[in-house]
Design a binder for this molecule. Structure first.
Ligand code: MN
Length: 231
């Protein structure tokens, strides 16, 4: 097949212990999925899960042992980190029950849902879509994926983020309001899930601004840590 312009390259993420890479299809994110983060955003209570999407080409794929580069985005003065567990879908499906969700998971990774918080807030105020707050170049850093069987007890793993070595976020995946199976059940009721989809599962409390030169290091349990520098 030939194209009238050069087609974009397939975005892909390294997999621990494998030469083959994980090809990225859609990138879903879950909003307000930890109680203490929902509170710091001004909300309380258990609301139904809600989702937004980032294009695959907004991923900053960080190779093992390297520090990724996140370009400070335009238009914002409040560029914030959200450290998250990422679920990588290996087998697609629609209307997947939470109890069957594990069969659809290829693996897990550390990810950052980077956010232009001031723009997001302005859009919320005007009841407009959040798109400009959540989607921009380098909005979705991700580290290497660990296959599910090697990932340990992800559902109870500690999740943390440091900025320049200082603690910013520290919690446990066990504190998700909607757990991994429930997220997949709700997502797949709304959209068909495809192999290659990524799900950023939400961030705990402690979100805050970063500036150029900051070095962020995120960890979830025994998964490959995610290190990025803000350019
Ligand atoms: Mn998030």
């Amino acid at each position: 097949m030939s194209f009238v312009i050069t087609p974009p390259a397939q975005v892909s993420v390294p997999v621990v212990g494998r030469a083959e890479r994980f090809p990225v299809n859609r990138v879903y994110c879950v909003g307000r999925n930890y109680v203490e983060h929902a509170k710091e955003m001004g909300f309380t209570g258990r609301e139904p899960p809600f989702f937004f999407i980032k294009p695959a080409d907004t991923c900053v794929v960080v190779e093992p042992g390297q520090t990724g580069v996140v370009r400070y985005p335009s238009l914002t003065k409040d560029f914030q980190h959200e450290m998250e567990l990422v679920v990588a879908i290996g087998k697609g499906g629609k209307n997947i029950a939470a109890a069957d969700a594990a069969q659809h998971i290829y693996g897990y990774a550390c990810g950052l849902d980077m956010t232009r918080r001031d723009l997001q807030g302005e859009m919320k105020k005007q009841s407009r879509p959040w798109c400009i707050g959540k989607t921009f170049d380098d909005a979705a850093p991700i580290a290497a994926i660990t296959e599910a069987a090697q990932a340990g007890d992800v559902a109870n793993a500690e999740l943390s983020l440091t900025v320049n070595g200082a603690d910013r976020q520290r919690s446990s995946v066990s504190k998700l309001i909607w757990n991994i199976g429930e997220i997949i059940e709700h997502l797949s009721a709304a959209w068909t899930l495809y192999p290659g989809d990524l799900i950023y599962t939400g961030t705990p409390e402690g979100v805050a601004a970063v500036v150029s030169g900051d070095v962020l290091e995120g960890r979830v349990g025994t998964l490959t840590p995610l290190q990025v520098k803000i350019a």
